[in-house]
Write a protein that binds this ligand. Sequence first.
Ligand code: NDP
Length: 671
Amino acid sequence: MRLVHSFAAGQWIAPGPGARAIESAITGEVIAQAGNDALDVQAMRAFARDRGTVALQAMTFHDRARMLKALALYLWEHRQVLYDLSFDTGATQSDHLIDIDGGIGTMLVFASKGRREMPDSRIYIDGPPEQLSRTGQFQGQHICTPLQGVALHINAFNFPVWGMLEKLAPTLLAGMPAIIKPATATSYVTEACVRLMLDSGLLPDGALQLIAGGTGDLLDHLDCQDVVTFTGSAQTAKQLRATPNVLNSAVRFTAEQDSLNASVLGPDAVQGTPEFDLFVTEALREMTAKAGQKCTAIRRILTPSTQVDALITALRAGLSKVIVGNPRETGTDMGPLVSSSQKMDVLQKAAQIGTEAERVFGDPETFSMADDQAAFLPPMLFHCANPDAAHAVHDVEAFGPVSTVMPYNDMDHAAALLNRGKGSLVASVITRDGDVARALAMASAPFHGRLYFNNRDSMAEATGHGAPLPHMVHGGPGRAGGGEELGGVRAALHYMQRTAVQGSPDILSAITGKWTPGATEHVDKPHPFTRPFDDLTIGDTLHTPSRTVTLDDIETFANFTGDTFYAHMDHAAAAANPFFPGRVAHGYLLLSFAAGLFVQPDPGPVLANTGLDNLRFMKPVEPGDSIKVRLTVKAKTPRNDDYGEVRWHVALTNQNDEAVAEYELLTMNEY
Ligand code: NDP
């Protein structure tokens, strides 16, 4: 018997009063127990805040991203332990790839995004500064800072590893500690994964704790600095959301709950096209992966009425080849559901669907593995001929290998049926017709967190209807819970507070660590290109002498580059253009002259110019005008052990001090 421990305030705590038995999905035997009503959940919260928050928030985003990468690589090295345990949850080896490899991969994506898309600091800057006054001496900037409490992750049974890591990675990246509360049924796998992470020694104290079993009165003690992210049934979500303290203290509460996801066979994707076959492949995979226990699985299959028979025939042929069996055996395509009670729940929901749809594949009564104890079920396909009059097919989520085919007449009808899910995590559309895609996107995007389009052009590389990707938002409106997870850096922002900061450019620069136009310039130092990365400070500025731009310069540049656009070569044609007074200098000539003015030519700490962002040409330069440059260190980001990136703010002005061009220049500089 496996004893699933909690990890509370630095101690592993064995099951105790109120512990629940956990059965093997394969045999129905009790294999573990978890839960301890005596767990001191308030001490856990205090430990997270006093130790975890403090340690994590002393780190920068890059420090935390590096920690996530190391953690993910450690888990990858030790993943066999998790595979071995997971079979008893009913998962096959290919299900492990979704849950375990997918979870580790998700963590790696957040590690990479944290390094590439977040600053090496403790404040995230959200968008550009807003000029709030005439001269720019009073500006605004949105910033995000990590909340100072703890994130309580209450997770569903179906993905004991991915379900934890997809929330934990952005939480830690943001700088918040987490208390994980996995669903009891599969908590032994989550516990093993938490043990690995703690054993790795990579996490600061208090960053990660585990509750195996109930959460006690923890929700009664959370406040506005804590976050609850819930995944599971709509009923539990409703109950937890309504906890008086959660409402009174405005505790952030995100929910991922039931979802009647649909997939649409496009009107062009008729039998005989690659799209038809692709649709069948995707539908079969979604019905059987994780035995259909996926929040994103396809529950409703929408097809043009002309294709109903062909589609049902193809799906039945595919389902008849699915080998249901012991997930440990190679060759098994689909394992059992997580428990016999989940099996009973699915059978009951399938019976409800069966009141308004005909079952066209999969009879649980005659299913040969229908052992009362084990949790095996066959995949079950229904056909609902009149989906407009039906309710259960749109409302009842049988969280298992159950799906219903239903016909639609035209795109408006397809969209109306899609939206009968009352808010879903994902809908897919298999079509090559851009008009169909656009019509459904317009009509159904507001009802969905994700729309997945696939056809012969993308199918070799497409990631699958049911796969939430760390880069893209996962969550959905309405019935799906109204929550949002993943989505790249957005996911970390759910654990942070966005604050509008207003003040002078110097104050904003001091807060953000980034130079804001109008802030103090440090001009009395040697040329910034002669000073290594570490010697540069934000606001270091070079003002160049001016250079007059002649007609000869313009013609030489035009003939040399081949850019003889009329605005540079033909006075009358240029003057007829609303933007130009007559012949003007090329924008790229101005950039080249700017470089000529600010560059220090000798070998030195500047290794390379790696790019240029946010370029704007504001005023044309005519022959005889002169330009000068202000070059200012705006931000610095270490990249590796040898060099870091310097972001320079570059402003070109003319002889009247009018802005001519502005951009940000990126260089790599030696330390
Ligand atoms: P539940 O809603 O029963 O449980 C979800 C989580 O909430 C579990 O960790 C559970 O813990 C916990 N929980 C339940 N009651 C409380 C409580 N009073 N206080 C604190 N935590 C609590 O969902 P299941 O995991 O059993 O899944 C059931 C249904 O949820 C599925 O049939 C499906 O409809 C839906 N689901 C939706 C998913 C999605 O992402 N949209 C994913 C998975 C499931 P414990 O296990 O200890 O009771």
